[in-house]
Design a protein around this ligand. Structure first.
Ligand SMILES: Nc1nc2c(c(=O)[nH]1)N[C@H]1C(S)=C(S)[C@@H](COP(=O)(O)OP(=O)(O)OC[C@H]3O[C@@H](n4cnc5c(=O)[nH]c(N)nc54)[C@H](O)[C@@H]3O)O[C@H]1N2
Ligand SMILES: Nc1nc2c(c(=O)[nH]1)N[C@H]1C(S)=C(S)[C@@H](COP(=O)(O)OP(=O)(O)OC[C@H]3O[C@@H](n4cnc5c(=O)[nH]c(N)nc54)[C@H](O)[C@@H]3O)O[C@H]1N2
Ligand code: SF4
Ligand SMILES: [Mo]
Length: 889
């Protein structure tokens, strides 16, 4: 069978279309879908490597109750009985659901309906609380509804694009490439990046404003003042279509009376700020794209409104090439908002605080137990688990023990909770380790449903793989439990299509154009129509099946008076300032090739190669600890041990650490444990970008590099700290410890279990046992190696990992023990271009040797960056590094 299935990428909110082809031998080929409007055939490094993540290794394939396999009947009965008992003994609010923007809309709809309509509690919240909640709250304040006005197509038309708190080159790569193509085609267009760090995105910009962490509201207050003073107020629009301009302007003047004050407060040069303000003032077609640098803040909602204010004042909204655009993170962050997955929403953009809306949902669902008020938001929810108010929690498609702030507290809360149900595709995650009941969910490629991207475009995810083991669709699992709770009639769904129809019907129920979310035109889709559904942007009300590209073109908003609201914003600094004990600001976020807690990207050798080890980036002027040393990062909440990376891109007084590593990939690097849980009072979104911390050297007796064909068992690493990454032929580890084993030789024999076939050993130990080197060959192939030294062993890691591919390494002998290739032979260095396998060292050498001066030339010389393009920003960075070298290696 050779069948091509059109589906959607399961990673980011760009929502790229994919064509998946099953080959006759079962292998899957992934390609971009040329017909999908979000990407027109392009994919970034993560999308490209999807096939590497599809194997069944590590999958959860059967329900497990307290670690033992149980049949589905038993598992569902346990879940239903546990929920029923908890409801009866402790009331509706003792039960909670914590779900995810990685569920499909149909899954999300069903679990939200069960909770808010049938269990009588709104204690369902989602990881979107950590992601989009401030945008949602900001939109609702300004527009009266959670409406994203603009489209990707507007990026092709904008004269000025401002990216605020968004590292799009890494996190929304296909969108970023679209911006870059438009700039290349129209040289006058400008890109401004506002981010404390000099990210690869900032590197590409015409202007980078490295503002002080958390000072965005002041920066946009200053812009509002500047726009008014420069005569850029669109008086007609402001008078006819908005309210509150005068108060917002007065508040902005108080915060940023002059440009110099704004510059001073934000820590940027006045001249650079003036340039930005002037560019914004003169660009009718201006777009402001923003993401977690804005949302994840204790004043995130105000920052969102400070941005929207500038667009309202100039009337730059609802027009081609103009408007604010909140970039959604997860593939279905937007779909989750449509079904009301947040604890303070209802469904179909109905409001839970509005009695008429509650009544509408109650009648539509024929709901026996409507939730009467908003439920607990994520941070509050885990607090309630910790203090016993919540006694049963069902976690679906998210890994809060890694991704929540103050994550040690979250783990402890779950360990104490009487009933923890976890639905996941993977057997071992930090959160699954706390579960009583583990339920196997279908994964991407097996699931069937819809997702909605950042531009409101609903796309189908279609299955192209058979369901493995006993895994089931999330919606089916929830519906089965609902049936056992006595709600069979209301959850008698036979397919995703039926659920989608109900969702669409609810969106148009008594709507009459008053609510923004209306997909009534899709309510009549039959099974075939649903299957064939082409990507479409909502709203798509009855009679408008082609959907809507842009909203607010008519100047009408979803507030009671139809006018958009300015919000008077008084900027606030981050909640917790630095102190003498915790003098450094910790900023956290994403890397190019990893996805969240690595349950997917951590299985791909090509993605894992980009950054195999957890690290913290520090400005060289801020520390005298050497590059590559181990450091301990501590806050009042917890600590993590990370590799120090000296990085001039990092502003002074701040450090940056990726969010990706949990206990499945490193023993001590879970940054969520360090991050504070301070939240925005309106949105409840935590301040994940700003935690006061202390940085100190982590001294060790020894450190080691280890590579092997088989993953090591947990027991063999007892007493040793480690970080692991998958490689094409096995696994690589960085290790360190405080105690030295009596004999390294024996330790090596213990951790590398005896091979059955012919083996050959090489080993070397210096007299003081401070250094030890060991390699094991099986049938002349490299099977395992270990390099121990007092500090980080200086060996050619990528070369060693590459040797596992060789048919025979016997001839290498002592070179192998040296851990270094022969002089002159190529060592690629750290992988930069995943598609072509080109490493940092090779690129740097080519730049020097051939005096390359642009990304295109590097591509022509080395092949890097010419396929998916995800690494182009890093090629630019390497070019700059070679041209202006810094103190680090
Ligand atoms: N490769 C990859 N891509 C992803 C994901 C992934 O895990 N990996 N996850 C997806 C998801 S769910 C999301 S939400 C998005 C997130 O996408 P982004 O928001 O672009 O990513 P982050 O790295 O979280 O943070 C963005 C930037 O905010 C900056 N920042 C920190 N503090 C401030 C501040 O005070 N002001 C300003 N202006 N900026 C600040 C940080 O330095 C960082 O560069 O990415 C999506 N795409
Ligand atoms: N320090 C810090 N923390 C952060 C952030 C940050 O910037 N800094 N960003 C925050 C943001 S924006 C986000 S979105 C979160 C993301 O954080 P999480 O949602 O916790 O991260 P994921 O690794 O995506 O977790 C998804 C889980 O669902 C499983 N899964 C995948 N598909 C399915 C499915 O179809 N069904 C089921 N049942 N399970 C599935 C995966 O195996 C995995 O265990 O992290 C937040 N945490
Ligand atoms: S930009 Fe990359 S990760 Fe995001 S949807 Fe497209 S291919 Fe997937
Ligand atoms: Mo996110």
């Amino acid at each position: 069978m050779q069948r091509v299935v059109a589906t959607t990428c399961p990673y980011c909110g760009v929502g790229c279309g994919i064509r998946a082809r099953r080959r006759w031998d079962g292998a899957v080929e992934i390609a971009g879908d040329p017909d999908h409007p979000a990407n027109r055939g392009r994919l970034c490094s993560k999308g490209t490597a999807l096939a590497e993540t599809l194997g069944l290794a590590g999958r959860l394939l059967h329900p497990l109750w307290r670690g033992r396999p149980v049949g589905w009947d038993r598992a569902l009965a346990i879940a239903a009985a546990g929920i029923r008992r908890t409801l009866r003994e402790h009331g509706p609010d003792s039960v909670a659901f914590y779900v995810s923007g990685q569920l499909l809309t149909e899954d999300y709809y069903v679990v939200n309906k069960l909770c808010k309509g049938f269990l009588g509690t709104a204690n369902i919240d989602t990881n979107s609380r950590l992601c989009m909640a401030s945008s949602v709250a900001g939109h609702r304040r300004a527009f009266g509804a959670d409406t994203v006005p603009a489209s990707y197509g507007d990026l092709d038309e904008a004269e000025l694009i401002v990216l605020v708190g968004a590292n799009a080159a890494w996190c929304h790569p296909i969108l970023f490439q679209r911006i870059e193509r438009a700039r290349a085609a129209h040289p006058g267009r400008r890109l401004v990046v506002i981010d404390p760090r000099r990210t690869p995105t900032a590197d590409a910009a015409d202007l980078h404003l490295p503002l002080r962490s958390g000072s965005d509201a002041t920066l946009f207050a200053g812009l509002l003042v500047h726009l008014a003073d420069a005569g850029r107020i669109d008086h007609g629009f402001v008078e006819r279509h908005t309210t509150g301009a005068a108060a917002a302007l007065a508040a902005a003047r108080a915060a940023a009376p002059t440009l110099e004050v704004a510059a001073e407060q934000c820590g940027v040069e006045a001249a650079a700020l003036r340039r930005f303000y002037d560019w914004f003032a003169e660009s009718e077609r201006a777009m402001t794209l923003y993401s977690q640098g804005i949302n994840q803040s204790t004043s995130g909602t105000d920052k969102v409104n400070a941005i929207i204010n500038c667009h309202l004042l100039t009337g730059r909204i609802g027009k081609a090439g103009a408007g604010p655009l909140s970039l959604t993170g997860q593939p279905n962050a937007m779909g989750g908002r449509e079904v009301g997955g947040l604890a303070n929403q209802l469904a179909a953009h109905l409001e839970i605080d509005n009695p008429a809306h509650r009544d509408l949902a109650r009648r539509f669902w024929r709901a026996p137990a409507m939730a009467e008020r908003a439920g607990l938001k994520a941070v509050e929810m885990f607090d309630a688990v910790a203090d016993g108010r919540i006694r049963a929690i069902w976690i679906m498609s998210t890994n809060p023990v890694v991704s929540m702030p103050e994550a040690d507290r979250v783990r402890a809360a779950l360990e104490r909770c009487p009933l923890v149900i976890v639905s996941d595709c993977m057997r071992d995650t930090d959160t699954a380790r706390t579960a009583d009941l583990l339920l196997p969910a279908l994964a991407w490629g097996e699931k069937d449903g819809t997702v909605t991207n950042s531009e409101r475009r609903i796309s189908r995810q279609r299955p192209f793989l058979e369901p493995p083991g006993e895994a089931r669709a999330d919606w089916r699992i929830v519906a089965e439990v609902a049936r056992r709770l006595g709600f069979a009639d209301s959850f008698a769904y036979g397919s995703a299509a039926e659920i989608f129809r109900e969702h669409a019907l609810l969106s148009q129920f008594e709507n009459d154009g008053r609510r923004d979310f209306d997909i009534g035109a899709l309510a009549e889709l039959d099974a075939d129509g649903y299957d064939a559904l082409a990507p479409v942007q909502w709203p798509a009300p009855r009679g408008r099946p082609e959907g809507t590209e842009r909203l607010f073109g008519d100047g009408r908003f979803f507030t009671p008076d139809g006018r958009a609201r300015f919000v008077a914003v008084t900027p606030r600094p981050p909640l917790h300032p630095v102190t003498a004990a915790f003098p450094v600001i910790l900023n956290t976020g994403r890397l190019r090739d990893h996805w969240h807690t690595m349950t997917r990207s951590g299985r791909s050798p090509s993605l894992a190669a980009h950054e195999p080890e957890p690290f913290v980036a520090v400005n060289p002027a801020d520390t005298d600890i050497a590059d590559g040393a181990l450091v301990r990062l501590a806050s009042p909440h917890g600590a993590a041990v990370l590799r120090l990376r000296l990085s001039p891109e990092q502003p002074r007084g701040t450090v940056f650490a990726p969010m990706h590593w949990g206990a499945t990939h490193a023993s001590d690097a879970r940054i969520g444990a360090v991050v504070n849980a301070a939240v925005d009072p309106l949105s409840g979104q935590p301040e994940l970008k700003h935690t006061p911390v202390r940085l100190e050297r982590r001294r060790t007796r020894w450190q080691a590099f280890l590579a092997t064909r088989r993953r090591l068992g947990a027991a063999s690493l007892d007493g040793v700290a480690w970080a692991v990454a998958v490689t094409p032929y096995g696994w690589r580890y960085e290790l360190y410890g405080d105690e030295r084993p009596e004999s390294w030789e024996e330790w090596a024999r213990r951790v590398f279990p005896e091979a059955r076939r012919a083996t050959h050993w090489l080993s070397y130990e210096d007299s003081g046992a401070a250094a030890f080197r060991y390699a094991r060959l099986v049938d002349d192939q490299l099977d395992a190696c270990l390099f121990v030294a007092p500090d980080r062993p200086a060996i050619a890691r990528e070369w060693l990992v590459g040797l596992f591919a060789e048919a025979s390494v016997r001839a290498l002998n002592l070179r192998l023990l040296a851990g270094q290739p022969a002089p002159g032979s190529p060592d690629n260095g750290k992988l930069v271009c995943v598609c072509r396998g080109v490493g940092e060292r090779a690129i740097e050498q080519a730049i020097r040797r051939e005096r390359l001066d642009c990304v295109e030339a590097v591509g022509a010389a080395t092949g890097a960056g010419v396929t998916c393009g995800s690494c182009r920003p890093e090629l630019a960075l390497l070019l700059r590094r070679v041209q202006e070298p810094v103190g680090s290696d």
